[in-house]
Design a protein around this ligand. Structure first.
Ligand code: EPU
Length: 316
């Protein structure tokens, strides 16, 4: 989308950020790759973006390494580096757009793994006073696509580095349906094969944002009660579901498909034809166009199933 900010500051070191904060035009928005943001218009303030690009092994035990990664490292470059070095834990998260700092805010997840499973510490700078603060994994309050940085402390801390604990012994996680078959087809569960299998599955379902504007899953998969789920299942015996903390998780993509929105457009915004959870910009859509489509889908799913979808994408 063609939107502008009053100014953009790329910071390559924590000192650069601290200096910039001394005299900065507010409001301030910290971004990574921007892949989960939907701008509703120009941003009348300062956008901060880290370009810290280091990847450093800072500790080793018998079966783990601790790796300190700069917030500005492209997420998938880090995954590729782990694959080459024989470090297990992030291979199922191959090809997710975005950068390392934002991955720790959004708790990105795919194919049975979430960033929180491998994050040890998140090192941040407080935007109010420039002080450094380290958050342990438990202090980040991680949950499905949630963290303290998206909730209680939203907009207050910039991630500078993330320290990951990765396994040096094989730990394949192949529980997600199609992944195991694809890995077997490629010759078995090596890091390189798992990465390749994940990339192939993603490419078959998800549009490349460089080709067709999108933010990945636009909505989160809702968790509903057993009672609500049983009502849906009595009408749709084939409804997919997963056990989740607090109830049953139902794929939002399935709910949206059942409302008839898959592949349909509303003006220049549309629902992707291979995965109903993804909204796409067919060309020239504004934030308002995409929001209008999202709001219509939310209303239709609510009317049909009594479930209110929440967005995974952050409106700015
Ligand atoms: N489904 C449909 N119709 C659709 C799409 C999906 O019926 O149009 C059904 C599928 O048949 C399947 C189920 O929904 O039974 C789940 O679909 P899929 O495996 O594609 O995963 P998802 O739940 O739609 C989530 C994540 C993705 C992640 C995949 C794989 C969320 C919000 N999304 O999607 O993450 O890649 O699982 O683990 O949890 C993202 O967050 O941007 C993202 C792409």
């Amino acid at each position: 989308m063609d939107v502008r900010a009053n100014s953009l500051i790329d910071w390559a070191t924590t000192d650069e950020l601290k200096n910039a904060l001394l005299d900065i035009e507010k409001p301030v928005l910290m971004i990574g790759g921007g892949s989960n943001l939907l701008f509703m218009g120009d941003f009348k303030g300062t956008v901060l973006h880290s370009t810290i690009s280091s990847i450093e092994i800072i500790g080793r035990t018998d079966d783990h390494v601790h790796v300190k990664v700069g917030a500005g490292v492209v997420w998938d470059d880090f995954v590729a580096w782990c694959t080459i070095n024989g470090f297990w834990g992030v291979e199922n998260l191959s090809a997710i757009p975005g950068e390392v700092g934002a991955s720790a805010v959004q708790n990105i997840g795919a194919y049975g793994v979430e960033a929180k499973d491998v994050i040890d510490t998140v090192q941040t700078i407080c935007l109010a006073d420039g002080t450094e603060r380290d958050f342990s994994n438990s202090e980040c309050n991680y949950a499905y696509r949630q963290s303290i940085f998206k909730n209680e402390l939203k907009g207050q801390y910039a991630v500078a580095y993330v320290i990951y604990a990765l396994s040096t012994v094989p730990q394949p996680k192949l529980g997600y349906g199609a992944l195991e078959q694809e890995v077997e087809r490629l010759g078995g569960p090596t890091l390189a094969n798992i990465r390749q299998a994940v990339i192939s599955i993603r490419e078959s379902k998800l549009p490349d944002p460089k080709v067709l504007g999108n933010a990945g899953s636009f909505f989160m998969n809702p968790v509903i009660s057993e009672e609500e789920f049983n009502i849906i299942r009595s009408n749709y015996p084939d409804v997919p579901s997963y056990a989740a903390p607090g109830g049953v998780k139902v794929p939002a993509g399935w709910l949206i498909e059942k409302t008839g929105w898959k592949g349909r457009s509303l003006g220049p915004a549309a629902v992707y034809d291979k995965q109903a959870l993804v909204l796409v910009n067919k060309g020239g859509a504004t934030g308002a166009d995409v929001k209008r489509l999202a709001d219509t889908i939310i209303a239709d799913v609510k009317q049909k199933f009594g479930i209110t979808l929440s967005t995974e994408v952050n409106y700015i």
